[in-house]
Design a protein around this ligand. Structure first.
Ligand SMILES: C[S@@+](CC[C@H](N)C(=O)[O-])C[C@H]1O[C@@H](n2cnc3c(N)ncnc32)[C@H](O)[C@@H]1O
Ligand code: SF4
Length: 432
């Protein structure tokens, strides 16, 4: 533990040149946010729906059990928050719109339509919606309603395709039922249907993973995201796992399971579209906000505007109260130095598995080779990346090591930031 903390700090210090990465309760004023938008060409929007019909034991996302009264107040508050930004954004084109949760489909017929309509009315929308959904909500009527909301990219939280695993992670459906839901969605007119699948579940065998991968191919969806079961310390399952972890065994097991997915999905005409996802060749992928600048609405909505990152309070009641009082719902922010922005840029491009060096130059006006050339040479030599003139892409080996290091960086940061924001609506400072 002491060694990993030391290493984590050293690596993050090396890339960001910061002795400490910390978020503070410095709330940026709206005029200062407006100023940051002045030279922005396009942006993305994220909308958070913090309600679910159940609480899964492994899930770290900001959510609470759906209730009618809170959701009605939430709709009014989000619309007010949208109005605040609409007046400072003027006519900037919005090229990416993602609705996540929690479970956005808990609010079908409960105000989500109103929020989406309002966004299309108040912003210069140049895109369709990407939205998460729960399999139990995908009735024929709900699927029509979802299509009617401009959603062209739909993700379904399938998670497992063996009844014993669905039961173990407390998902409220059987394999037969979830397959029916996905097949129904696949018969609709979405441009891309993604299913989320969690692997390396307790006791899961390679044969089970292989069978699930073949079943996924037969579902005729366009994309699958395969996540290893992350052990978030802020979740019930994560806490249980902390007790008996064997990191080396986990690394070997995950390598073997990931290889099964790669073989089967590549063979079926999928290609890697992110560290987690495989998408059918030629299909426009389902993804969360990818543009380098985005605004987040709702409780726990976060925003990234080039040199600042800020996040709203996670607490739904506090979020509503702040907005009703005319106050900012932002809980924490961090100013990002040029060095941190570059490290963040590289981090996200690596997640997308390929990028152009010239895009880095366009964004920072510095040669990518000058900044990261030596590191890329080493990664190339190790077989983690492929280098083709302007293009750098991760190899399957490189992607595996991102999986392996996920616990080391992102999961650790998420545990600290989300863990604190879940227990304290307005923290003074969080050190990552
Ligand atoms: C917001 S949920 C998806 C939509 C919906 N709430 C549902 O559960 O069907 C986002 C996804 O994150 C993934 N996820 C959540 N907790 C995870 C964990 N501990 N490890 C791996 N994946 C996880 C699941 O695949 C889940 O579908
Ligand atoms: S996995 Fe989905 S349904 Fe389960 S608690 Fe998380 S957001 Fe809610």
């Amino acid at each position: 533990m002491i060694v990993t903390n030391f290493l984590r700090k050293r690596i993050s210090r090396h890339f960001t040149k910061q002795s400490e990465i910390a978020l503070h309760n410095n709330i940026p004023s709206y005029p200062s946010i407006e100023e940051r938008f002045s030279d922005i060409d396009e942006l993305g929007i994220y909308l958070h729906i913090p309600f679910c019909n159940q609480i899964c034991p492994y899930c770290p996302y900001n959510k609470e059990i759906f209730n009618d009264e809170a959701s009605q107040k939430y709709v009014r508050a989000v619309i007010k928050e949208i109005n605040t930004y609409a007046s400072i954004l003027t006519n900037k084109p919005v090229t990416n719109f993602y609705i996540g949760g929690g479970t956005p489909t808990t609010m079908l017929g409960k105000g989500i339509e109103e929020i989406i309509n309002h966004i299309y009315k108040r912003f210069n929308m140049k895109c369709h919606v990407h939205m998460e959904s729960h399999p139990n909500h995908l009735t024929p009527e709900n699927l029509s309603a979802i299509e009617g909301m401009n959603v062209k990219y739909l993700s379904i939280g399938v998670e497992a395709l063996q009844d014993r695993h669905l039961k173990a992670i407390e998902r409220p459906y059987t394999v037969r039922e979830v397959k029916k839901s996905v097949e129904r969605a696949a018969r609709s007119n979405f441009q891309c249907i993604n299913i989320d699948f969690i692997f390396d579940l307790p006791g899961q065998t390679a044969a089970e993973v292989e069978q699930a991968a073949r079943d996924i191919v037969n579902l005729r969806i366009q994309q699958v995201a395969t996540y290893p079961l992350f052990r978030f310390s802020c979740t019930r399952l994560g806490k249980e796992f902390q007790k008996n972890r064997n990191e080396i065994a986990t690394l070997f097991r995950r390598r073997k399971l990931l290889k099964i997915f790669e073989d089967i999905f590549y063979d079926a005409g999928f290609e890697r579209s992110s560290v987690w996802a495989f998408t059918k060749k030629g299909v426009d992928k389902y993804c969360s906000v990818t543009v380098p600048l985005y605004l987040g609405f709702g409780a726990s909505g976060s925003s990234y505007l080039r040199n600042i990152f800020f996040v709203n309070t996670f607490n739904v009641i506090e979020y509503i109260k702040a907005i009703e009082k005319g106050m900012s719902p932002i809980a924490l922010s961090i100013d990002l130095s040029e060095e941190m922005q570059m490290a963040g840029w590289l981090y996200w491009r690596i997640y997308e598995t390929k990028f152009k060096k010239s895009d880095f130059h366009d964004r920072f006006n510095i040669s990518f080779d000058k900044k990261y050339g030596l590191k890329m040479k080493i990664l190339n030599h190790l077989g983690f990346i492929k280098h083709n003139n302007d293009q750098i892409s991760l190899s399957d080996k490189g992607i595996y090591w991102i999986h392996a290091f996920e616990d080391f960086f992102s999961i650790n940061y998420i545990n600290k930031l989300w863990g604190t924001l879940k227990s304290d609506p307005w923290p003074v400072k969080v050190v990552l």
